[in-house]
Design a protein around this ligand. Structure first.
Ligand code: FAD
Length: 472
């Protein structure tokens, strides 16, 4: 029996219809009157506070089909919750229905075939945990608590991108539920247009209930951050912009401006200090790692050198608690970047040396190497021909600082945006409107809109970086 909602939040359909949908589900349906409601609607980004009318905790594909049919038949706004990490909070919707896939977090590794089947609500930590005993890894991001679904459907870049490409370049197949409630398998051989669209087009086309990935032999990596004092940042950034263009594909390194968090296990004398860091991941032969790092270690005088051999999952989870536990305020601004001019370096130094709180940051993630082996029209992810995906993020634990960190991120972005390639990574955006979405997909947008028109003409899946059905 479902409890009645509180007056503050509308249950978006007749009570009998809600009861009927709930009776079809193996998973729970949570309403605002339930004790579990506040936990269930809490997102990773505490800046977002949405109050859905219903949260369906789906346990299997049948639950997902029932929930999609309910939303369509009753014209209820529908959101999909994978890992709940999205900066813009697109896993939740006010007054609508949320399909929460978090109970669907199973991972099955086929070590012989080197493939991994992952359910739609899993996080990357769950994937790494399952693959590591086999000496395998699937290319993902830089944090283990991020959802597999959202990261993959937006493209997915991280420590293994220069060697093995984006996450979508390692995607073999998905199972998904479409807006009409039908269930399809999508791959290079089946529903090819849809397979093209979901590789970068986000959650626009349906609910992905499972992913099949190719895995790679990645076990111990030589990895971790090297941090230089901020007065050496100019030298390090100038060196890095040239180095990473031609670096061996075994070596990945993302550049960031940081402050060392007070209270962290890092040396106390550094707490609060600004620095420029490059976080490395070397996947080549371990007996050559020290040699590869020799020229890097000859640069300037690092304040801290934490690079060394470690299991790949240790690298993936290194920053989970140190910098990025759940429940912080986040404001994101993104761009793709072709080259970093001297003028851009001056601007970076101006903003990067004055991070307004200890967790505010700017990251430059390289998306060259193997990412460039795939053409810009071969998948929906269009910005393949640039060198970096850049993100400026205002982050802080105190909601009172929300305006301050958002303003800083916007001002930094406005200064650098004219020197960037145009669009930005959809997974690093707040809700920024259609112009920004179209600039990001550029020439691929019309084809995405045509696929959307074919599979979701009424835009049932619109709580996302939305691609409008063609002609609408
Ligand atoms: C600390 C942090 C670090 C990050 N680092 C990286 C990184 O290194 N590399 C990178 O590429 N990205 C990174 N990201 C961005 C990340 O890719 C996005 O936040 C992404 O949206 C998270 O996916 P999720 O499943 O957790 O998101 P959710 O918030 O659950 O969902 C995000 C979007 O995906 C859709 N969606 C979710 N699940 C499904 C599904 N099963 N089927 C269809 N649509 C679905 C939702 O509708 C929503 O629009 C990072 C984010 C954070 C917060």
């Amino acid at each position: 029996m479902l409890r009645e909602a509180t007056s503050a939040t509308t249950i978006p359909a007749p009570a009998e219809a809600v009861e009927e949908m709930a009776s079809e589900l193996r998973g729970d349906v949570i309403t605002p009157a339930d004790a579990a409601y506040d936990d269930a609607r809490t997102l990773y980004n505490a800046m977002i506070d949405k109050r859905p009318g219903l949260i369906s905790r789906c346990q299997n594909v049948a639950d997902v089909i029932a929930a999609v049919n309910f939303a369509r038949e009753h014209d209820v706004d529908l959101a999909i919750h994978g890992g709940g990490h999205n900066g813009a909070g697109l896993a939740m919707v006010d007054d609508g229905l949320v399909i929460d896939l978090s109970p669907m977090n199973g991972v099955r590794v086929d070590p012989g075939a080197r493939t991994v089947r992952v359910q739609g609500g899993a996080t990357w930590g769950e994937v790494d945990h399952a693959t590591h005993p086999f000496g395998l890894a699937v290319p993902s991001g830089i944090i283990s608590t991020t959802g597999v679904a959202g990261l993959t459907l937006g493209g997915g870049h991280g420590y293994l991108s220069r060697k093995y490409g984006l996450t979508i370049d390692n995607l073999l197949e998905v199972d998904m539920v479409l807006a009409d409630g039908s269930f399809v398998t999508v791959s290079e051989d089946e529903n090819e247009d849809l397979f093209w669209a979901i590789r970068g087009g986000g959650g626009n086309f349906g609910v992905v209930t499972s992913f099949l990935f190719r895995a790679h032999p990645v076990d111990t990596v030589y990895a971790g951050p090297i941090i230089w004092p901020i007065d050496q940042a100019e030298e390090i950034l100038r060196w890095y912009r040239d180095f990473i263009v031609d670096a061996p594909e075994d070596l990945y390194g993302w550049f960031g401006f940081h402050r060392v968090p007070t209270g962290s296990p890092l040396p106390q004398e550094l707490h609060g200090a600004h620095g420029a860091a490059i976080t490395w991941c070397y996947t080549g032969p371990m007996d050559q790692a020290e040699e590869v790092f020799e020229p890097i270690r000859a640069l300037g005088t690092p304040a801290l050198d934490l690079a060394g051999p470690m299991p790949y999952p240790a690298l993936q989870s290194m920053f989970d608690e140190l910098y990025y536990p759940p429940g912080l305020q986040w404001y994101w601004k993104a761009d793709f970047v072709d080259e970093i001019s001297d003028r851009a370096i001056d601007l970076h130094l101006e903003y990067g040396s004055n991070l307004p709180t200890e967790l505010c940051t700017m990251h430059l993630y390289p998306i060259n190497g193997a990412v460039h082996d795939v053409g810009r029209n071969d998948t929906a992810f269009s910005y393949r021909d640039v060198t970096w995906s850049r993100v400026i993020v205002g982050v802080d634990s105190d909601p009172a600082n929300a305006d301050r960190i958002s303003r800083w991120a916007k001002e930094y972005w406005q200064a650098l945006h004219p020197l960037s390639a145009g669009g930005g990574y959809v997974n690093f955006m707040m809700e920024e409107g259609q112009d920004r979405i179209q600039a990001t997909y550029r020439g691929n947008y019309p084809r995405l809109a045509a696929v959307k028109q074919k599979v979701d003409p009424d835009n049932v899946f619109h709580v996302n970086q939305n691609i409008k059905p063609a002609g609408r």
